[in-house]
Ligand binder design. Structure first.
Ligand SMILES: [Zn+2]
Length: 145
């Protein structure tokens, strides 16, 4: 397991864009069909903008029609943390990065087979590493410092 990343809110503010900060540290949600990745094709890995932890693979990405990047499985379940979210009078399961605590989105149980899960994630919390780049550089060093 990788090390936890702890930063002050001030440090996060300096590292992240205002939109990234709003989503990842204040549990905001970006408007649908506006993010970088909802309609993104291409082979590679989606990583946490906050700490570089690998979260999702393009192999499990699917078009959910929601306007947010959607995945039916986590790349490594240990890289995600789940919390019950009762805001807005709904019961949802919030998903965050287990390494740096960044809010990512929610997971629902109406996804496609084989898992039946739908991870609905904000583009603002994700960075994309194309597969050829992943092969060349390996996954050891976070590229988002
Ligand atoms: Zn993270």
């Amino acid at each position: 397991m990788h090390d936890r990343v702890y930063k002050t809110e001030e440090e996060w503010r300096q590292q992240l864009t205002p939109e990234q900060y709003r989503v990842m540290r204040e549990k905001g949600t970006e408007p649908p069909y506006t993010g970088l990745w909802w309609n993104h094709q291409g082979e590679g890995l989606y990583c946490c903008v906050g700490c570089g932890s690998t979260l999702f693979s393009s192999k499990t990405k699917f078009d959910s029609g929601t306007g947010w990047p959607s995945f039916w499985a986590a790349l490594n379940p240990g890289h995600l943390a789940h919390h019950e979210d009762r805001s807005y009078f709904l019961r949802r399961t919030e998903v965050s990065c287990s390494r740096c605590g960044a809010h990512l989105g929610h997971v629902f149980d109406d996804g496609p087979p084989p898992t039946g899960l739908r991870f609905c994630v904000n583009s603002a919390a994700l960075a994309f590493e194309p597969e050829d780049q992943v092969r060349e550089e390996g996954l050891s060093a976070p590229a988002y410092e």
